[in-house]
Ligand binder design. Structure first.
Ligand code: ATP
Length: 875
């Protein structure tokens, strides 16, 4: 985060500055670490060094200004379009302090008062334009543990008021950071060693002190010590609230809507770390995009509230079988009762983002249209309750019962605010007639006056006999009677001249003048009365923020339940049975791949007596898809969703681990062997017999012999010691023998159909290990030169004969790629390394594996150079 600091040179000559520039510099030094945008009329301006930064970053013109302060650079952006400019500054790493005029210019005696009304940072943006409707923007706060947990983390979404806190061992807190993915975070001096995606903002260490934190939290909840579990949580909450106040330039009053500090226990949710979320493509695909993701398949939500809730549910699948069943009961009921489901969804489509609306209402930033949107949303509540009237499942019945129809708030907005109010709330037209007697009287006076003026033309024409006489109004001179020059001699005595034009004169009469004063006075007073009434209504609504947030929460949950039901029906999902002894899936499908693959082949899974399966088969045959589909079926089930399978009986999992081998982890860009081993360590340490472990090509990042040995050792350890449900996809063919030996392990494999010249994948998983000689055949079919495939066969045979219990790797992978034309050539080098001519084979393999089509000339040269050196070294 950076600011520009106060522009030093000019600031030194403070006494010579104009009052406005003095004010600007004072704000700059108060908000030293931010770039101050200073309201001047309809623009936000930056001056001096800040102007130079703004002009450069925003690609706007750098102008200059000259006054008694001297001549200095200036750059400005129109307030109406400020949001996108602010976003540019944020992404360039600045925080932006918005200094608004806080006084009407006509009320000011000298320079208009200005104050920083908010500091915009990546995690605390509030402009609708910068916020994505369907996702939350969080700021996190980290505090180190005193005794007990290693650390605590709190999250706030300032746009909705959502506030959560938890604590635990370092790894668990890291997982939470990975799940919430805050845009920004602050950290206490004792919170160390976390890897957070968002921007780190330095924040005063004092705010993390226990006493000040307790006091701060105490302003938001009645019993701070009872809300949190330990000191670390208390300090994370306190500091986060302090930071929220700082950015909103508000105290508790301005953040009234943050009233539900929710403490949660990470053990109530299935653990999913960053690696698992990524490799299962829950929220993001492997390229970092949002298409072809699990959330994409499920997101048929009716409103933004529901979409955010769905993300939240997927972020934290449940582990309590009872709670899962309750969700499933509701989903099931809604799948059965399509009419109810459609009525609920129809009703929810009328729903605005009332979480953000009520936050705006509380901050005093909502306009009359926002209040009408709030009413429209609340109007949907009785309809939804009606639709859910005879629901049987507890989850639906309880939510229905808890839905507050909020007659008072709806009634108030309905009575007070016109149906289609203007955006401006200070210029009248907002309050409905009949709501306030005083206002009605003022409007009546205004109306009568205007009618009198409207009749005046006719009356004066008659009185004076001037047929061309006109009555008009202009902003500067007010009401007038206009008489053309030829008729001036007929003007009566009580006309006073107001303005002379080329062909006519304009007059007023004493009565017209007094009517004018009356009308304008009444209009002005009515407008300000309306504004006053509007604010009263807004404050009254703000006082009900809690109840409205509760309604928002229930609507969000109903939306998710109805959406899960709709998706289940549309995609032919079925209800899983939870609490089984193992994982049994009949005709399971990958929820995402099945939407893109025209003929998806369903596969069974049975991890009950044999919990460990080694999965072999050529590349592209479907191993990864299969393993991930098992994990996704479990994840969906624990979210409360039906699953893409004909039938599923599932154990409740405490955690899903994924370790995807080096070759697959391209998007992460950090597929080093060290990383692979670190992740493996975590799995071996933390997995339990209730965990699901997906190992995809573990051991590929090192020499074949090491890799093979590791794969075997891992298999034995997980099988004997951990007992987790495990799917291990591997190209180390030897592992299949291990699986055959171990009592609770089995082999599964995928095949390809190689009839004739064409190779096609069957995508169907079958019992037993893949055939070891398969890859070489595919390579030959694909047109790899005979010399290579013959040599590969020779090496493979030698290896099989020599290696016995440690057979060579069946490296189908690259050979299958050949059939798809992705690689230049390949032998069976890894198998070869098991033999005497290891170096030769290694070099040969490296040569053949080089994907020339995808290399830059420089990479190719480097590779060639490296190979040359290796040959030289041996000579
Ligand atoms: P690799 O070893 O390279 O990781 P793999 O054996 O794991 O390959 P997948 O990546 O799972 O293969 O699948 C390759 C492609 O095959 C997928 O992108 C998908 O389009 C298709 N596919 C996978 N499983 C199925 C299936 N059951 N039905 C239809 N198509 C499938």
């Amino acid at each position: 985060m950076q600011g520009t600091g106060p522009p030093a040179k000019m600031a030194e000559r403070r006494e010579e500055l104009t009052p406005m520039m003095r004010q600007y510099f004072e704000l700059c030094s108060e908000y030293e670490d931010a770039l101050v945008l200073f309201q001047v009329g309809d623009f936000y301006e930056a001056f001096c060094e800040a102007a130079e930064v703004a002009a450069r970053r925003l690609e706007i013109t750098l102008t200059s200004r000259e006054d008694s302060s001297g001549e200095y650079p200036m750059a400005g952006i129109p307030i109406d379009n400020a949001a996108s400019y602010v976003e540019t500054l944020l992404s360039a790493g600045y925080r932006v302090a918005i200094a608004d005029q806080v006084q009407e210019p006509e009320e000011a005696t000298g320079v208009v008062d200005r104050a920083v009304t908010r500091v915009v940072t990546p995690g605390t943006v509030l402009d609708d334009e910068l916020l994505s409707a369907g996702s939350n923007t969080y700021v996190a706060s980290l505090a180190g543990g005193e005794s007990g947990p290693d650390a605590a983390v709190a999250f706030v979404d300032v746009s909705t008021g959502e506030f959560r806190v938890t604590s635990g061992p370092h790894g668990t807190v890291q997982d939470e950071l990975d799940r919430f993915r805050p845009a920004e975070y602050v950290a206490g001096p004792d919170a160390e060693g976390f890897d957070v995606e968002g921007m780190h903002t330095p924040f005063e260490a004092d705010a993390f002190g226990r006493e000040s934190a307790c006091e701060r939290l105490g302003a938001y909840v009645s019993n701070p010590e009872a809300v949190v579990e330990n000191g670390a949580e208390l300090r994370a909450c306190g500091a986060l609230l302090a930071y929220a106040e700082y950015t909103q330039s508000a105290d508790r009053g301005g953040l009234e809507y943050i009233s539900r500090v929710t403490r949660y226990d990470t053990r109530e949710g299935m653990r999913l770390d960053r690696t698992a979320l990524r490799s299962l493509e829950v929220f993001e695909n492997r390229e970092g995009g949002d298409d072809h993701t699990l959330v994409g398949v499920l997101d048929d939500t009716a409103c933004a509230l529901g979409r955010r809730e769905l993300v939240h549910w997927l972020r934290r699948p449940l582990v309590d079988a009872g709670a899962i069943e309750r969700r499933l009961d509701a989903v099931e009921e809604l799948t059965r009762r399509s009419l109810v489901r459609e009525e609920v969804r129809e009703g929810l489509r009328e729903v605005y983002d009332i979480e953000r609306l009520i936050a705006r209402v509380s901050r005093g930033r909502a306009n009359a249209r926002d209040l009408r949107s709030l009413k429209t949303t609340l109007d949907a509540v009785p309809l939804l309750r009606e639709a859910l009237a005879d629901c049987e499942s507890d989850a639906l019945a309880e939510r229905r019962a808890a839905l507050d129809e909020m007659d008072d708030v709806r009634g108030l907005i309905g009575r007070a605010i016109v149906d289609e109010p203007p955006i401006e709330v200070t210029e009248g037209g907002v309050i409905r007639e009949g709501y306030d007697d005083g206002l009605d009287e003022l409007r009546e006076t205004e109306r009568e006056g205007r009618e009198w003026v409207a009749d005046l033309e006719e009356a004066e024409r008659e009185r004076t006999g001037i047929d061309s006489l006109k009555v008009g109004y202009n902003e500067v001179h007010g009401y007038y009677i206009e008489v053309t020059n030829p008729n001036l001699d007929r003007v009566p005595d009580d006309y006073t001249r107001r303005q002379t034009l080329k062909n006519s004169e304009r007059f007023y009469t004493p009565e017209l003048k007094s009517r004018e004063d009356e009308i304008l006075g009444a209009t002005e007073r009515a407008d300000s009365r309306e504004y006053e009434l509007f604010r009263e209504v807004r404050d009254a609504v703000a006082a009900e923020a809690d109840r409205i947030q509760r309604v928002a929460e229930l609507l969000a949950e109903l939306d998710v339940l109805a959406t899960l039901a709709a998706v289940a029906v549309d995609r032919n999902y079925s209800r899983p049975a939870l609490g089984a002894e193992g994982i049994t899936i009949e005709a399971g499908r990958h929820p995402v791949v099945e939407t893109t693959e025209p003929t998806f082949v369903p596969n069974d899974t049975d991890l009950t007596d044999e919990r460990f399966a080694v999965v072999t088969g050529p590349n592209m045959s479907g191993k990864s898809t299969y393993m991930r589909q098992v994990a996704l079926v479990c994840l969906l089930a624990q979210t409360g969703s039906f699953v893409p399978a004909d039938d599923a009986a599932l154990s409740v999992l405490d955690r899903i681990f994924t370790r995807v081998g080096a070759s697959d982890d391209i998007a992460g860009g950090r597929s080093t062997f060290m990383r692979e081993m670190t992740e493996l360590t975590e799995i071996l340490h933390s997995a339990t017999e209730d965990s699901l472990v997906l190992l995809d090509e573990v051991g590929r990042g090192t020499s074949t012999a090491d890799g093979r040995a590791l794969a075997r050792a891992v298999t034995e350890f997980v099988h004997d010691e951990v007992g987790a449900f495990t799917l291990f996809a591997t190209h180390f063919h030897g592992l299949t023998d291990v699986a055959a030996e171990l009592p609770r392990a089995r082999n599964l494999h995928f095949t390809a159909d190689r009839s004739g010249e064409a190779v096609s994948f069957v995508h169907s998983v079958v019992e037993g290990p893949a055939s070891g000689s398969y890859g070489v055949d595919v390579a030959r079919l694909a047109g790899v030169p005979d010399r290579v495939t013959d040599r590969a066969r020779e090496l493979l045979d030698g290896d099989d004969a020599a290696a016995g219990a440690t057979p060579g790797q069946d490296d189908h992978a690259d050979r299958t790629r050949l059939t798809n034309g992705h690689a230049a050539g390949n032998g069976d080098g890894e198998a070869a390394t098991a033999e005497g001519g290891a170096d030769d084979a290694d070099i040969e393999r490296a040569l053949l594996e080089a994907d020339i089509a995808r290399m830059t000339p420089l990479e190719a040269l480097n590779r060639l150079d490296e190979l040359q050196r290796r040959v030289e070294e041996r000579q």
